[in-house]
Design a protein around this ligand. Structure first.
Ligand SMILES: *Cc1c(COP(=O)(O)O)cnc(C)c1O
Length: 404
């Protein structure tokens, strides 16, 4: 029996079965590469489900964690430490926002904070009963109850009734639907500038600009969930920069601390008073260890030459995916995304193709049945991109053979 199979046996007996896990166990990672328990090497084009934007065990992050672990790991949030303030300043500067940062431990928690802030701003600061949060169909915001209610895929709500009330969903890039939904009862509009889980669906720049104007006109907050699209993934620090739109609230997580669990909510000064002392909190949020990792990760991810590299590698990978589309027009309908957040819209289910890729030692993701999603590390090389494209080519050829 392989070591991976033995570990799979232990998982089967003792770990909750809430994921469809592939029968492979990893013990080491570096950059775009992972090694399994039996020493086999995999090319990871979906590192950490988006959390691995810097690649596995980025040396700057590893160094920061090692150094910080020996100094101070955690202190309570009723005192201060230097690293949280430093990271907050960095993120606000990068978001070009005059405002405040709140730190938590995940994307779901960042969105919970955003939802609570929007409602409390209206209900307490402005003294007006507004609760409606307008979200986008198939948008993904996390699995806690509030973030789940905001998530626009009904299948994820199933069996968890009653869902928190006050959430409505409108189709992406549908201006008329957004206009109908945003009214004087609306607390906020929450949207991903590029939907990840929904299948790498890009919000039009025009749409985001119109949302900015519509929310402003009705006194509602505009909130961008950049948990997946942010932190350099698209070749800009924030995906919304491409549209030149500034939200009132921005949520970040996934790669924010280079692989350690961290979420953040950035909020414009005007709305920051909505969560005063005692109104919200978390024990672990913004701890010294995670902030030190965050400072290292954000420093790397925001460096202009690294962002330029994301754009360059993104174009290289994209052009390879476009030629695959020309070679397999019967299987691939569209290439979508920006920078190193790229998806293939298939005209067939993608699960078997993703499994074939894994068997050929390439990790990618299949979402919403027919979309193959890739989010290679920012440190990905042209050779690694060529290797991934070659494996994808073989996987599509195998799929075509299966269909004959
Ligand atoms: C992954 C994701 C979340 C949830 O983040 P968790 O850390 O898993 O709670 C929220 N929003 C978006 C856009 C995501 O991709």
């Amino acid at each position: 029996m392989t070591k991976s199979a033995a570990i799979a046996g232990q998982f089967g007996r003792s770990v909750l079965g809430n994921y469809t896990r592939a029968p492979v166990a990893f013990v080491r990672g570096r950059g775009s590469w992972l090694w399994d328990a039996d020493g086999k090497k995999y090319l990871d084009f979906f590192p950490g489900f988006g959390a691995g934007a810097l690649g596995h065990c980025h040396p700057a992050v590893v160094r920061a964690i090692r150094l910080q672990a020996g100094k101070l790991i955690h202190v309570q949030n009723l005192v201060m430490h230097p690293w949280q303030a430093r990271l907050a300043g960095m993120l606000l500067r990068l978001a070009k926002m005059k405002g405040r940062a709140f730190f938590c431990n995940s994307g779901a928690e960042a969105n919970e904070a955003a939802i609570k802030l929007a409602r409390r701003y209206h209900q307490i600061v402005r003294g007006e009963m507004r609760s409606k949060i307008v979200c986008v169909t198939h948008g993904f915001h996390g699995r806690t109850m509030g973030a789940l209610a905001a998530t626009g895929t009904p299948a994820y709500h199933k069996g968890f009734a009653p869902m928190p009330r006050g959430f409505v969903h409108v189709p992406l890039n549908d201006l008329a639907a957004a206009k109908r939904a945003i009214d004087r009862k609306t607390a906020a509009f929450l949207v991903e500038p590029i939907q990840g889980e929904a299948g790498v669906r890009v919000a039009d720049a025009m749409y985001l600009r119109a949302l900015r104007a519509m929310t402003k006109a009705k006194g509602a907050l505009l909130m961008f969930d950049e948990v997946q699209s942010g932190c350099g993934r698209t070749g800009e620090f924030l995906a919304a920069e491409a549209a030149g739109v500034h939200a009132d609230v921005i949520t970040l997580a996934k790669p924010l601390a280079g692989g350690l669990p961290m979420g953040a909510m950035l909020v414009h000064e005007k709305f920051s008073k909505a969560l005063p002392a005692g109104s919200h909190g978390t024990t672990f949020g913004g701890s010294p260890l995670v902030c030190a990792a965050g400072i290292a990760a954000v420093t790397f991810a925001s460096e202009p030459k690294n962002l330029a590299r994301v754009r360059k590698m993104g174009l290289l990978f994209r052009s390879g995916l476009e030629s695959l589309r020309l070679d397999y027009p019967d299987l691939i309908a569209e290439v979508r995304g920006r920078g190193l957040m790229l998806g293939l819209q298939l005209s067939v289910p993608g699960k078997d193709i993703a499994t074939d890729c894994r068997n050929m030692r390439l990790l990618i993701n299949c979402t919403h049945d027919t979309v193959l999603r890739t989010m290679p590390a920012m440190v990905v090389t042209p050779a690694e991109i060529r290797q991934a494209l070659a494996i994808l080519d073989r996987a599509f050829a195998a799929e075509r053979t299966r269909r004959r």
